[in-house]
Design a protein around this ligand. Sequence first.
Ligand SMILES: [Ca+2]
Length: 160
Amino acid sequence: MPTVNGVPTTPDTWGQIVGTANGALISGGTGNDVLYGTGGNDTYYGGDGSDTFVIAQSSLAQSTSTTNGYAAGAVIYDFTNAGVAWSPSNSDFIRFYGFGTAADGTTLTFDRYADVPGTHTADPTAQYYTIHDGLNGQNYEVYVHSLNGNHLVLGDYNFY
Ligand SMILES: [Ca+2]
């Protein structure tokens, strides 16, 4: 059962589990979930299934610089099957909304790895990315825990 801040939550009319407050933990169930944060500094946990994380420009624009201990405006806790062919059973996707599109000059760029906690050793699954918003020229940082250690490629995400 999907939850928002631990409270069981049913999907809205569009099938989305919506977190409305800032700093929400939006968590999917065992199926294919669409998790949509409308506050700032949201954390997304898809669980099993092929989950879609919806990250809106309006959410990152109101985020402070740290989310759940990470130096980012949003945190995805469990991105599955980055950089490999999509499968219906367990491939996640990020829908970036409101940042403009590639035609506007909007890009997602790998920034850096985070260290393994308590060490100075980079963790290849702990990835920071920079979204460049081609509409307003702003940059936004997101943190993605990529479970297979691959970087996100187009098809793992897109801009709408
Ligand atoms: Ca799920």
